[in-house]
Design a protein. Structure first.
Lengths: 435, 1013
């Protein structure tokens, strides 16, 4: 027996689970059959001697004291793989989310707390706290550099606060702050397809650590700011940069907080696929005909399982195969909506439980190794970072993670030398722009 | 209801349910149209390998029923047909049936298979789940009825390209007819029975299991075909990807069931747990030792008669592993093997590699069946099942339209058969006034006496087109026959079974004065009755006939050796001639039937049986030990679907009491039962005195009762109650509920224990419903149910879900670690039990504890069984004739069973079984006299020494010792009860017993002739 006898009070009092049921009335939190399907498919099972079924059962038995302050709630990435197999469609992630709130705000993991606080410091929404005008400066500076250094891109645009643009594009803080050259491939792609798009200064930050912190107010504020900005600019499509949680935070936050908008909230991949189909993005896999370099993909939980499902997963594959060649794409198993979470979600990159994060990622690592592919295309910043780390930690650098924009740009022959940070030596000089 | 009642019914769906309804009705004086959408009847059951729990060969027990339907004078089979519409009202409907063309003239087809042999188009064989191929000209399966080929227009080359017609060219009888078109039939019937059955759930949409992607992930229906001896691998247990024998097989339960998501069904399919156990056991038999089997489940639902014992045997003896875990995903381990990861109760992740994974797919109602219901105006529930009421479980929302089988909710074969008989009797009650109006009986000229005459034998040798003549030299066999002793006529025919040949056989009998006939042809299995009928038409006793099987057992199996086949045909004919010359005319045995039924027990089952038979016009004696009618149902509050029981029960009691054909005797005890089928005499003691009742049939509805227990402080604490007691306590003292904070239920008290190994079937549903009612009255009440496996089978699963939704806590316990109940310091109860999920003990204070104790047979059941010489099973419940296909009959004719006396069951099943027993009894009572199969045993009293071995060995009570003055005892036949099995003859040390038509002299004559070669 793991712990002592549980003495149930004679008088039933309102429990944590009762409260969560009120908050999430459609979460089916009472319906558990204790079948264990959730725990058998959860990469976080076993961490801190906890698993999804046990966590729900403890809540059901009213063991609130034991749940409160339990570190497992930060190790669970809320990836929904449990719910995906649950015959009762129980929203365990919602329970975990609410259990994060049981921690006093200031005691929650420092990294997540700090990022949330940063984002709330000004109206940029940037988790790195980058102010509005700094963002404008970096973008314009980077644009100048590309125009100057890369022949043929003299007319490249990176509009900011452009009234009436069709697409509003969010931007994860990582690029402007630490690797601005990584922004350029996407600009070039947008330029080639003739997209009418804009960044904004207010609410440009494409991340939301307040969501991970289970700070509803903060989540709402950031989502509201960015959506209001997009609406204020008269945009039609809220286009998320390649970032899973940010996409989800806006997509789910808009519903959760009932923010009225006519904007289409869309993941980037959907439009890549559409532009390729329309012939506007003339990607070509000929460069890989002889090289035969293999690629696999990571299906970000926040976009696929929790968002647009297999439809978007199929689009991701369509885009990937168009760029690298069908024969050079190797899928993982399981995949798409049933994919393993890599372990980078839920704020775990900043939760301070690094060992747990690597343990969590062992399944993803094994899956990737099984494909034998040296490159994993990850249209999500957290997946990108986690898989990059997994590759180094477990794989001895046997595989690398890539943004989708990198491989699109490569296959278009527009990926400059400076934009190849994440490519290995085998691709360092492949299909370089002809200048 | 119309005055112009039509004496026929239509049964829609030719599975086991439809077959049973059709046979019951046709045998009770109604003409039946049996409509089947495929080319042959048989349904899902025909594709199963074995049936649980007895592991009978499915086809072997089904096939006789198929043949009986195919031959029945009062059943018209409409295959490839679907109901378009039903107009009119109960008693007088006009049904429009659309019959698709078969492109084969069934009158001409002799099922020789030439068309299929020559057909160049191969198609996936859907009967074998696509694991093998058939041709576009095909018969769905070898035992199909009608055994007539069909051309699958969707795949036929002629229909695709306008050329081919190979089948037509090679058909020896000219049966292929490409000009056939669709036909619309307008058929008048008085009642309609819907038995369209279910479709297996298609798991292709569940990406987690990889069905359709991983070749060795298959469905349970596919596994049935793999196991089947007539299946794609001839019963050789191999897996699809590489045809290798698997060493490890896993079953995943509840695929598509007990799953509330959009692509699945919230209900439990009820049958899959037993099906998986059966498949595991059969697979282990096939593979021999070394096969590892594991069943991954949530709750093992082995709630039927004999099921729990099979479960125990599988676990404890056969070594099937039962793992309580639902599996998240199946992943490939390599290109063939499969990896399963499950989360064990111990809190460990367990990873295992299997060679084959079987998905136990549930039942669902197809889109076509939903459309049929809509066309007919029959209401369905949200799961797509026909909506019915607990007290009329086979009546749909449309009067005169009845339902049986899986269309009325997930169920197994026995319950389907029960409902099929119930639907037949409900139809019969509706149409009683038109009984025998549309049925035909055939009459024959008086048979010529042959006794003492020298045999004059005619031999007819069949070519069967080229089936026989292509191998066997038929003219030489004919010539040889002519040389045999007493053969006065021999001829050969292209098709001996054709209509014109029957005419020529009759002519030959008259012209040549034949008194014995031999046909050398296909097989007696399908054709003996035809030729016997021909003999009767010519004035010969039908038993003066012998069949020489020279096709199935000769020409077909010795195709490569025509000379030897010809020689064997001569041998077979010689044997047949030797035997036929010694055959005797056997007169039919007729027993008069007293059209009165005695029903013992006036609970819901007995009353339902009595009322139905009375509505059919029979006189009924209803015997009840208690002072009032109603039985245990008087304490039941709700049917599983929440209908209140008491108003419906009162209505039933009132109808029974007021029915002019029902005599109720209450406070009555049976003191003696004598007699046999059609002619029973029963003595009943009441306060008014002793009644002697003469009747033709007995229905046993003696009920059951809850076990009295001392477990869990029962009897010691006023706070511990059983079954309905707790709610009555609260009704009486509402303040007790008002002050209570916690109530617990414990399941399986006395059930699933070594001394009472069966599951009592109804307790899980009853406790869950009780818990819901308490929660409805007092939502803040803590309600806990301690259970072993939650067995809310079928659509009752919705109650379990509802109870959980309301916050009822369910805690699983094992037989080895039961909850411990104590009285606490405040006088309340304290229950301590392990929660296996947390792996920690819980201590829960409650005010009351209600126990679901076992349902046991009623007192006195044993005595009644002895009086009627009907058997009881190990648990003391009546043992029916066949657990699968004769669920309300006994081996002893004229005696039927229903209700709890048969096995614990809910009200709606008791009603259905009562009606089913009525159906089976009515087929007997409707006849003035019954024909007994005259192939019975006969005792030669002069050789009998009265040892009694025969009596001891007879299972039917058909032979017994009688006192003979001066001689002690001598054996005596009761031919009415004899089944002609021959066990007595084999047992007799004096060779004083012989079987008619299979006398030792007759068998020896054939054997000697055979050996004479």
């Amino acid at each position: 027996m793991s712990e002592g006898i549980i003495k149930i009070d004679k008088q039933k009092t309102s429990t944590f689970l009762d409260k969560v049921k009120e908050i999430v009335p459609d979460g089916n939190l009472n319906l558990c059959l204790t079948c264990g399907a959730c725990s058998s498919g959860c990469p976080a099972t076993g961490l801190e001697n906890m698993d999804p079924r046990k966590f729900l059962r403890m809540a059901a038995m009213g063991l609130d004291d034991e749940i409160t302050g339990h570190p497992w709630v930060w190790m669970c990435t809320m990836c929904y793989r449990c719910t995906y197999a649950c015959p009762m469609n129980i929203n365990i992630a919602a329970l975990v989310f609410e259990a994060r709130k049981l921690w006093p705000r200031e005691t929650r993991p420092k990294g997540i707390l700090g990022s949330c606080n940063m984002a709330l410091r000004n109206t940029s929404g940037s988790a790195m706290g980058t102010p509005e005008e700094d963002f404008r400066f970096v973008v314009e500076d980077m644009l100048e550099e590309v125009r100057a250094d890369q022949p043929g891109w003299e007319e490249l645009q990176a509009p900011i606060d452009k009234q009436g643009a069709h697409f509003f594009l969010s931007q994860n803080s990582r690029e402007p702050v630490t690797e601005p050259e990584e922004m350029a491939p996407l600009w070039k792609i947008l330029h080639l397809v003739g997209a009418d798009w804009t960044y904004s200064t207010t609410g440009w930050g494409g991340e939301n650590y307040c969501m991970f912190l289970a700070d509803d107010e903060g989540w709402k504020k950031i989502t509201n700011t960015t959506l209001q900005t997009a609406m204020g600019l008269g945009c039609k499509v809220y286009l998320n940069t390649e970032c899973g949680h940010s996409t989800y935070s806006v997509y789910a936050g808009q519903k959760k907080f009932k923010i009225e908008t006519e904007l289409e909230i869309a993941p980037m991949v959907k439009y890549y696929a559409q532009w390729i189909r329309e012939g506007r993005l003339k990607v070509n896999s000929d460069w890989n005909k002889d090289l035969k370099i293999k690629f696999t993909v990571q299906d970000p939980c926040n976009q696929i399982r929790k968002g647009w499902g297999d439809t978007l997963a199929d689009e991701l594959r369509f885009v990937t195969m168009a760029c690298v060649g069908e024969e050079n794409f190797i899928d993982t198993y399981p995949n798409k909506s049933n994919n393993y979470c890599c372990g980078g979600g839920g704020g775990s990159l900043q939760n301070g439980y690094k060992d747990a994060r690597f343990y969590y990622g062992r399944l993803k690592h094994a899956q990737i190794m099984e494909t034998g592919a040296p490159y994993v295309i990850t249209p999500c910043h957290n997946c990108h970072a986690q898989i990059h780390e997994l590759g180094e930690h477990f794989g001895g650098g046997k595989y690398r993670s890539l943004h989708l924009w990198t491989i699109i740009a490569l296959s278009l022959g527009i990926l400059a030398e400076s934009e190849r940070t994440y490519l290995g030596p085998d691709l360092a000089e492949v299909n370089l722009p002809g200048y | 209801m119309t005055e112009n009642v039509i004496g026929s019914a239509m049964v829609v769906g030719g599975g086991i349910g439809g077959i049973q309804s059709a046979l019951d009705l046709a045998n009770a004086g109604f003409f039946v149209y049996l409509v089947e959408k495929s080319p042959a009847i048989g349904g899902v059951m025909s594709a199963l390998d074995k049936t649980f729990p007895t592991n009978d060969c499915s086809m072997c027990i089904l096939s006789p029923k198929l043949v009986e339907v195919g031959r029945h004078r009062n059943i018209r089979l409409l295959t490839l047909s679907e109901v378009e519409s039903v107009a009119g009202e109960a008693g007088n409907f006009t049904v429009t049936v659309r019959e698709r063309p078969r492109y084969i003239d069934v009158e001409k087809c002799i099922a020789c298979g030439k068309c299929a042999e020559k057909c160049p188009r191969k198609v996936k064989n859907e009967f074998n789940q696509g694991f093998s191929e058939r041709k576009a000209a095909y018969v769905p399966y070898p035992q199909a009825v009608p055994l007539k080929y069909a051309i699958d227009a969707a795949h036929c080359i002629y229909f695709e390209k306008g050329k081919c017609r190979a089948c037509e060219k090679f058909c020896p009888t000219g049966a292929v007819n490409f000009t056939q078109t669709e036909t619309l039939h307008h058929i008048d019937v008085g009642a309609v029975i819907l038995s369209p059955g279910f479709s297996p759930y298609n798991p292709a949409g569940v990406d987690r299991y990889g069905y359709g992607v991983l070749p060795n992930v298959i469905t349970s229906m596919e596994f049935e075909r793999i196991l089947s001896a007539s299946g794609p691998f001839e019963g050789h247990l191999v897996r699809p990807s590489d045809h290798q024998e698997p060493q490890k097989i896993a079953w995943l339960q509840c695929v598509g069931s007990r799953d509330i998501r959009e692509d699945a069904h919230g209900y439990c399919s009820g049958i899959c747990c037993m099906a998986a156990i059966k498949e595991a056991l059969v697979a282990m038999e096939h593979a021999g030792s070394g096969l590892d089997t594991a069943i991954f489940y949530m709750d093992m639902r082995t709630h039927g008669k004999g099921f729990e014992q099979t479960f125990n045997q599988a676990r404890e003896v056969a070594g099937v592993r039962f793992v309580r875990a639902r599996v998240h995903s199946i992943e490939p381990a390599d290109s063939h093997d499969l990896k399963i990861t499950c989360f064990l109760d111990s809190g460990e992740l367990h990873e295992e590699i299997f060679n084959l994974v079987v998905l136990s797919v549930g039942m669902e109602i197809s889109k076509e069946t939903r459309q049929l219901a809509e066309k007919l105006g029959v209401a369905v529930d949200s799961d797509g099942f026909a909506a019915t009421s607990g007290f009329s479980p086979v009546a749909t929302s449309r009067p005169g339209v009845f339902v049986s089988g899986a269309f009325a909710g997930p169920k197994d074969i026995p319950q389907t058969v029960v409902e099929a008989s119930a639907a037949a009797s409900a139809s019969a009650a509706l149409l009683a006034q038109a009984r025998n109006r549309l049925t035909h009986e055939r009459t024959y000229p008086d048979a010529m006496p042959v006794s003492g005459q020298t045999p004059r034998i005619g031999v007819f040798v069949c070519h069967c087109g080229t089936n026989i003549a292509g191998i066997v030299d038929v003219p030489s066999v004919r010539d040889y026959a002519q040389t045999l002793p007493d053969v006065v006529f021999a001829t050969n025919n292209l098709f001996t079974c054709s209509q014109d040949t029957q005419q020529s056989i009759r002519q030959a009998i008259v012209e040549h004065g034949l008194n014995r006939v031999v046909v050398a042809a296909c097989t007696p299995r399908t054709h003996e009755p035809l030729f016997q009928e021909t003999l009767q038409e010519a004035g010969l006793n039908p038993y003066l006939f012998e069949f020489a099987n020279i096709r199935d057992q000769n020409a077909w199996v010795h195709q490569k050796n025509p000379e030897a086949a010809t020689q064997k045909a001569r041998d077979l004919v010689r044997m047949a001639v030797a035997r036929v010359s010694l055959l005797e005319a056997i007169e039919p045995l007729k027993i008069p039937v007293n059209p009165v039924a005695l029903v013992i027990g006036a609970g819901v089952a007995g009353m339902s049986a009595a009322l139905n038979l009375a509505d059919q016009g029979f006189e009924i004696w209803l015997i009840e030990r208690e002072s009032q009618l109603g039985g245990h149902a008087r304490q039941v509050r709700q049917i599983w679907n929440n209908e209140p029981v008491q108003p419906l029960l009162s209505c039933l009691i009132e109808r029974v009491q007021n029915h002019e054909s029902i005599h109720c005797l209450t406070g009555a005890e049976i003191t003696a039962i004598d007699g046999f089928v059609g002619n029973f005499s029963t003595k009943v003691q009441t306060h008014q005195g002793l009644h002697t009742i003469a009747h033709g049939a007995v229905i046993l509805a003696t009920g059951g009762q809850p076990l009295q227990t001392t477990e869990y402080l029962c009897g010691q604490s006023g706070r511990v109650t059983t079954w309905h007691e707790l709610e009555y306590l609260f009704d009486q003292y509402p303040e007790k509920l008002a002050s209570a904070t916690g109530i617990a239920f414990i399941q399986c008290v006395g059930s699933r224990e070594p001394e009472r190994p069966y599951c009592s079937r109804i307790c899980c549903t009853a406790s869950v419903q009780g818990a819901i009612r308490l929660k409805e009255k007092k939502p803040e009440l803590r309600v806990v149910i301690f259970y072993r496996d939650m067995r809310t089978f079928g659509q009752r699963e919705a109650l379990y879900q509802k109870a959980r939704g309301m916050g009822v806590i369910f805690i699983r316990y094992s037989a080895e670690d039961k909850p411990v109940v104590e009285v606490d310091a405040q006088g309340g109860l304290l229950i301590t039990a392990l929660d296996p999920i947390l792996d920690r003990r819980l201590q829960i204070p409650v005010d009351y504890l209600n126990l679901a104790t076992a349902i046991v047979p009623t007192e006195g059941q044993k005595q009644i069984a002895q009086m009627l010489k009907v058997p009881l099973n190990d648990d003391g419940f009546y043992l029916e004739a066949h657990v699968k296909l004769r669920p309300v009959d006994f081996s002893t004719d004229g005696v039927f069973v229903c209700g709890l006396a048969h096995y614990p069951k809910p009200i709606e099943e008791s009603v259905a079984q009562g009606q089913a027993a009525a159906s089976r009894a009515s087929a007997l009572l409707v006849k003035e006299s019954i024909d007994i199969a005259p192939i019975v045993s006969v005792v030669d009293e002069s050789r009998c020494i009265g040892c009694g071995l025969c009596e001891a060995s007879c299972s039917f009570g058909a032979i017994r010792l009688k006192k003979v003055t001066g001689k002690g005892y001598r054996a005596e036949n009761i031919s009415a009860l004899c089944k002609g099995c021959g066990v007595c003859a084999a047992a007799c040390p004096q060779q004083a017993i012989d079987m008619k038509h299979f006398r030792e002299t007759q068998i020896l004559a054939a054997l000697c002739a055979g050996a004479a070669a």
